[in-house]
Design a protein around this ligand. Structure first.
Ligand code: NDP
Length: 252
């Protein structure tokens, strides 16, 4: 059986590694024209090398320069994308960072950087494309939050707050756009094997793994599968929802 081909334009922020990369690959395999981002000039060469590796695998993925924490950068990137393709069907707000520390030692910069990237970033990018979605009477917005927004996490007041903010954003925007052919949903992954998790001290990583009922970390492709499901045109009755995907680590 041949896979059903999707068509349309999909933007995945921060898609040159980790979960974002898996989403890019899955979308591209489904027939979307995928666009992803590199955040500044210094990252461009790396991103272009990644792009040619994808092309070697038969995946033609486009790139735009976009720092999600900077509204002006998002506006320029959005103009570029819309000039190139004329529309956007799917937006995945995936870019995110951690700057962990217990609250009593957390510098204000670590708070601000995480809020600017993980929460303002979702507003900035979505704001830039909302008029397009409204004019098209079609759009799929998928925001990547975290299990640590749902349950809180020691050493992550900044990250937990930013990611929890995404849940409120999603539910509010879903109400504003529900009659306009636009769905807005959140995915809250548990621990997934990417650079973000590999940066955690190995001993702590093993302790975390021991708390996951399925006994392993998630794979980026497993998150991408859920993203692709929500991105599908037929998922039109799902909006304002949050999907846990965490190996049973947090059930609510
Ligand atoms: P990675 O650290 O592997 O990748 C993050 C991506 O976001 C990178 O491509 C990075 O770009 C990009 N990025 C960071 N800041 C910006 C910015 N200001 N503008 C544009 N792009 C930016 O993370 P993961 O793949 O692990 O995580 C992806 C998302 O999933 C994040 O939102 C994360 O919070 C969330 N998540 C991850 C979990 C996990 O266990 N891995 C669990 C729950 C949620 P660059 O390459 O330039 O650094």
């Amino acid at each position: 059986m041949t896979a059903q081909k999707q068509s349309g334009i999909a933007l995945v922020t921060g898609g040159t590694r980790g979960i974002g990369e898996a989403i890019c690959k899955m979308f591209s395999g489904e027939g979307y024209q995928v666009v992803t981002t590199f955040r500044n000039k210094e990252r461009e060469r790396q991103a272009r090398e990644w792009q040619s590796r994808m092309a070697d695998d038969g995946l033609e993925i486009d790139l735009v320069k976009m720092d999600v924490s900077d509204m002006r950068s998002c506006e320029i990137a959005a103009d570029e994308l819309l000039q190139r393709y004329g529309r956007l069907d799917v937006l995945v707000n995936n870019a995110g960072i951690t700057r962990d520390s217990v609250m009593k030692k957390m510098p204000i910069e670590a708070w601000q950087e995480v809020i600017h990237t993980n929460l303002d970033g979702v507003f900035n990018v979505t704001r830039c494309f909302l008029d397009t979605f409204l004019a098209q009477h079609y759009g799929r917005i998928i925001n990547i939050s975290s299990i640590n927004a749902q349950k809180g996490q020691f050493g992550q007041v900044n990250y937990s707050a930013a990611k929890a903010g995404i849940h409120g954003f999603t539910k509010a925007l879903a109400q504003e756009t529900a009659r306009k052919g636009i769905t807005v949903n959140t995915i809250s992954p548990g621990y997934v094997e990417t650079d973000m998790i590999m940066a955690i001290d190995e001993k702590i990583r093993e302790q975390i793994k021991a708390q996951i009922p399925v006994g392993r970390f998630g794979q980026p492709e497993e998150i991408a599968r859920l993203v692709a499901f929500l991105a599908n045109e037929q998922s039109s009755f799902i909006t304002g929802a949050d999907f846990s995907i965490n190996g049973g680590m947090f059930m609510h």
